[in-house]
Every structure is written in structure tokens, then in C-alpha cells.
Design a protein around this ligand. Structure first.
Ligand code: CP
Ligand code: NVA
Length: 307
């Protein structure tokens, strides 16, 4: 697999995505086999935003692969005081073997990738969250016996970074995706155009709707996310009003296939985007999903950094 960075699932072929799934499954089954894979290597992790899962799973993952991870809060490094990304990227690449970054502007990550000679991984931006979407499809791939072709994922809620990455991922795994959003909260037009053309090439469907019922009808995976993402705290009140009625509850789950699973990237707000009985119920796979961040990211680190 010849890639320097992991910025969007869209940049990877269907075969490459499946290769990462297979490696993640092997790492999950036989973690010890890979304990020296990245021996002596360091991953710098730049965070402009909070994180539990991304920070801990990347740090634990690097350790399990024989390497080391360095947590860099953007507030504490000179980047936060205005040092150019150009210099930050060039300098970090002299010390470390890879960079993972969680940023507000998507361009910060693409600039890091452009200027750093070492691999750069997108750990969430305002535009996308590809590590999470890869994990979600991997979790579905495990649940449905390693075959996703013809299945359907319903994403219900804000047309945000999660919606975008799930839209990029669906054609790669052969799944149809329905994205239901309230009016005015649809996905980014550029992402829609790209995902539409990827779906056409793959022979899968991208359905955009304002109807939760239409999206969840016959779905194998039902997924939602917070109404206000990191950086949108000021809009939280308005969004709570605009998203009234947009909670995934047992009635909506009842429209999906009987064996359907519920996913959420977490953190979640019970009683807002999802009811407690659904997220804590029998169809919910949220903790397997969270665990799989570790395995998928170890596979991505291995694919990009193994010498
Ligand atoms: N899902 C996810 O990325 O979680 P964190 O914000 O805790 O990293
Ligand atoms: N859409 C959410 C995802 C958090 C993992 C956010 O950006 O805050």
C-alpha cells in the first residue's frame, strides 16, 4: 500500500480499505505478533480539541506496536502562539516518525501533510473524522461476517464531520448510505459531490433526505452523532431547538432491519440525539466500536510507518 498520509477514506481504494480491515482483525486476534512492528518510532499527536478515545487509543496503540506517542496540546506548543504550520511540520519531522493531528480547520491537517516529510493522520477536523468512519465500517464488517456489500447505513442528525467520513467510506465497502438531516444542516456540498461520484463508480447509493423514517427504513446500521460538535458550543441552544424530534429512539430502531446495530462515535448525549434505551440497549455496539478505534488505528499506523 503506497500512501504517505491518511487524510480521507476517499483517498484509499476499496481494496486498500479491506486490507486495513484484515490487518486490524489480525492485530486484534494476535496483538503480540506486532509488538515490535514500530520499534523505536515516535508519533507526535497534536490536539487543538478535546479527546478521550483518539488520544488514548493512539497512545496505547503506539505502545503496543513497540513505539512511543507524544501528546502535544496545541495550547502548549508554539503553534498555538502563531508559529507557522510550515515550520512546525518541518521541525517535527526531524524528531518524530509520524504525526496525528486533531484540528479545527481541515487545512491545518492537509498543510501538515504537505510540509512534513513523515506520515500525517487526520484525527478529526471540522470537515472529517476518517479514523472513526473506518472503525465504524470495520465494526459492521465484524458484526455482519466480513461482508458489507448491499447493506445500508443510516446516518441521522447533523451533516457534520462524521456524516462526511461515513459518506466517503460507504462506497469503499459496497454499502448504501442514507443521510437524514434537518433542513439547513445538510452535509457540505463539496463532500456530497465527491461522495455521489464515488457511489456511482462503486454502484452504491447515496441518499440525502430530511426524513428519519426514509433513512432508517431497512437499515443494517443506524448511526447518529451530537447536534453541536466541538467548536459549535455557542450554537448549542439554537441547535437543540432546531433538532427537536431528531432523537433516535426505539420507534425509529424498529423501522431498521431486525439484526440492525446502533452506532455512535461518542461522546453522546442521552435524551438528545439518542434515547438511553437505544444507546444502552441490546442493538447498541458502541463499546465494541470504541474498542475498534485501537485496532483500526494500529493497522493504519502499521500501513504508513512500518519500515
Ligand atoms: N469518537 C472520538 O473521536 O472520541 P474522542 O473525541 O474522545 O477522541
Ligand atoms: N462531531 C463530533 C465528533 C466527536 C468525536 C465533533 O466534532 O465534536
Amino acid at each position: 500500500m503506497r500512501h504517505k498520509d491518511f487524510i480521507e477514506i476517499h483517498d484509499y481504494t476499496a481494496a486498500e480499505v479491506l486490507e486495513i480491515f484484515a490487518l486490524a482483525a489480525e492485530m486484534k486476534a494476535k496483538p503480540k505478533k506486532f509488538r515490535d512492528a514500530l520499534e523505536g518510532q515516535t508519533l507526535a499527536m497534536i490536539f487543538e480539541k478535546s479527546s478521550t478515545r483518539t488520544r488514548v487509543s493512539f497512545e496505547a496503540g503506539m505502545f503496543q506496536l513497540g513505539g512511543h506517542a507524544l501528546f502535544l496540546s496545541a495550547r502548549d506548543i508554539q503553534l498555538g502562539r502563531g508559529e507557522p504550520i510550515y515550520d512546525t511540520a518541518k521541525v517535527l519531522a526531524r524528531y518524530v516518525d509520524g504525526i496525528m493531528a486533531r484540528t479545527f480547520a481541515h487545512k491545518t491537517v492537509t498543510d501538515l501533510a504537505e510540509y512534513a516529510s513523515v506520515p500525517v493522520i487526520n484525527g478529526l477536523t471540522d470537515l472529517s473524522h476518517p479514523c472513526q468512519a473506518m472503525t465504524d465500517y470495520f465494526t459492521a464488517w465484524e458484526k455482519f461476517g466480513g461482508e458489507l456489500k448491499g447493506r445500508k447505513l443510516a446516518y441521522v442528525g447533523d451533516g457534520n464531520n462524521m456524516a462526511h467520513s461515513l459518506m466517503f467510506g460507504a462506497p469503499k465497502v459496497g454499502m448504501d448510505i442514507a443521510v437524514a438531516t434537518p433542513a439547513g444542516y445538510g452535509p457540505d456540498p463539496g463532500v456530497i459531490a465527491q461522495a455521489q461520484s464515488d457511489a456511482q463508480d462503486a454502484g452504491t447509493k447515496l441518499i440525502l433526505t430530511h426524513s428519519i423514517e426514509e433513512a432508517v427504513e431497512g437499515a443494517d446500521v443506524v448511526e447518529t452523532d451530537v447536534w453541536a460538535s466541538m467548536g459549535q458550543e455557542d450554537e448549542a441552544e439554537k441547535r437543540r431547538r432546531d433538532f427537536e424530534g431528531w432523537m433516535i429512539d426505539a420507534r425509529f430502531m424498529g423501522l431498521a432491519r431486525k439484526e440492525a446495530v446502533f452506532m455512535h462515535c461518542l461522546p453522546a448525549h442521552r435524551g438528545e440525539e439518542v434515547s438511553a434505551d437505544v444507546i444502552d440497549g441490546a442493538q447498541s455496539v458502541i463499546y465494541d466500536e470504541a474498542e475498534n478505534r485501537l485496532h483500526i488505528q494500529k493497522a493504519i499506523l502499521h500501513a504508513l510507518m512500518k519500515k
